[in-house]
Design a protein around this ligand. Structure first.
Ligand code: MEV
Length: 334
C-alpha cells in the first residue's frame, strides 16, 4: 500500500566496550537506549527536497536541495547541519539503489538527545531516514538491511566508520559487533544500571578516528597491542554480561578507559567526571563513543543517584536512559 507520510524513530547508542578498536576490526559491545531520533518523511509536492532539523533546545536548520544545488537557511548550529548531511546521504543512497524521486519530499528530523555527543545521533539519523524513506517508496528492508545502508551513509559522510552504531541503532538491544565477522544480539536477562553523562566535545568522532590512525601509523606495534587488549576486554565482557557479573564488568570498563586514554581520545574534563563517578561508588566508568569530551557511562548498581549527582557536580549533564530492545520503528500514515 502506498503512503504519503512516514515517521521512523531510531535509538541512540552507548558503547559499553570496544570503541575505536572496532574501527580496526576488533569486537565491541554497544547498547541501544530509549532516547533517539525521529525522522518524518512526506510528500509535499514542489520541485525540491526540503530537510528541516531541530533539537529539543529549539535550534533548527532548513535546507532546500534542487538538483545538485543546496540552499540553506541555517539557524546557526554546525552539529545540526551535520545531521542534515547524514539524512541527505541516506536519501540519496536509498533512491540511487531502489529508485524514488527525491523532488517534492519533505524531511523533518527531531532529536531527543544532545547531537554529536557520542550517543550515535548520526547513526540514528541515517537509520531512521533510510527506514522512513524506504517505506515511503514501498521498499521492504529488514533491520539488518537498514543497518547496512546506515553504515554506508556513515562511511560516505565520515570517511571511516565501523558498523557498530548503525547496527545497534537499527536492531536494538545489547549488540556484539565484530566487523566483517559477526553482528549479534547478546541476551542479558538483568538490568544494566548505567548513569550516562556528557559534556561538550572538542573534536568530532571523525577527527578522533583520524588522530588514532596517525598514532597507529607512527607506533604500529604499540597501538596494535592496545587494540588487541581492547578486543580481549570485549571477550571477557561477553562472559561477564552473560553472568550479570557487575564487579567484573566495572573492572573491565576501567581498564578499557585506561586504554582509551592511552589512545589519546579522552580529555581532562571527561576523565575528571569519570574519576568522580568512580569515587561516588560506580564499579566502573569510561568514556562512550568517539571521546574528545562527549559521553561517559558509569556502572552504578544501587548508587545511581549518588553517581548522577557526582557527574553533575563535576560539570557533566546526566541523561536518564534504559535499554531499547526495538531498534528502528516505522509508522506510516496513508
Ligand atoms: C563512535 O561511536 C565509535 C568509534 O569506534 C567510531 C566507529 O566505530 O565508527 C570511535
Amino acid at each position: 500500500m502506498s503512503v504519503l507520510k512516514v515517521t521512523a524513530t531510531a535509538p541512540g547508542v552507548v558503547k559499553l566496550f570496544g570503541e575505536h578498536a572496532v574501527v580496526y576490526g576488533k569486537p565491541a559491545i554497544a547498547m541501544a537506549i530509549n532516547k533517539g531520533i525521529r525522522v518524518t518523511v512526506e510528500e509535499s509536492g514542489g520541485n525540491s527536497l526540503m530537510i528541516f532539523a531541530k533539537d529539543l533546545e529549539v535550534k533548527g536548520i532548513a535546507i532546500r536541495v534542487t538538483g545538485d544545488s543546496i540552499e540553506g537557511s541555517v539557524i546557526n548550529d554546525s552539529q545540526l547541519s551535520k545531521l542534515v548531511s547524514y539524512a541527505l546521504t541516506a536519501l540519496r543512497i536509498i533512491s540511487g539503489k531502489y529508485g524514488g524521486d527525491l523532488r517534492g519530499i519533505r524531511v523533518i528530523i527531531e532529536s531527543q538527545l544532545p547531537i554529536g555527543a557520542g550517543l550515535a545521533t548520526s547513526a540514528a539519523v541515517s537509520v531512521a531516514t533510510a527506514a522512513a524513506y524506504a517505506r515511503l517508496i514501498n521498499v521492504k528492508l529488514s533491520k539488518e538491511d537498514i543497518a547496512k545502508v546506515g553504515h554506508s551513509v556513515e562511511l560516505t559522510v565520515q570517511g571511516a566508520a565501523s558498523p557498530m552504531d548503525t547496527a545497534a541503532s537499527s536492531i536494538g538491544g545489547v549488540m556484539y559487533i565484530k566487523p566483517g565477522v559477526e553482528i549479534k544480539r547478546l541476551s542479558t536477562s538483568f538490568k544494566i544500571p548505567l548513569v550516562v553523562g556528557y559534556i561538550e566535545r572538542e573534536l568530532t568522532t571523525g577527527e578522533l578516528v583520524r588522530r588514532v590512525k596517525v598514532l597507529y601509523n607512527k607506533y604500529p606495534k604499540v597501538i596494535d597491542d592496545i587494540m588487541n587488549s581492547i578486543g580481549a576486554i570485549v571477550d571477557e565482557a561477553v562472559t561477564a554480561l552473560g553472568k550479570g557479573d557487575y564487579v567484573t564488568l566495572g573492572e573491565l570498563m576501567n581498564i578499557n578507559q585506561g586504554l582509551l586514554e592511552a589512545l589519546g581520545v579522552s580529555n581532562h574534563r571527561l576523565s575528571n567526571i569519570i574519576y568522580m563517578a568512580r569515587r561516588a561508588g560506580a564499579l566502573g566508568a569510561k568514556l562512550s563513543g568517539g571521546g574528545g569530551g562527549g559521553a561517559m557511562i558509569a556502572l552504578a548498581p544501587g548508587v545511581e543517584d549518588k553517581v548522577a549527582v557526582a557527574v553533575e557536580l563535576a560539570g557533566g549533564e546526566v541523561i536518564l536512559i534504559d535499554v531499547d530492545y526495538e531498534g528502528v520503528h516505522v509508522e506510516d500514515y496513508s
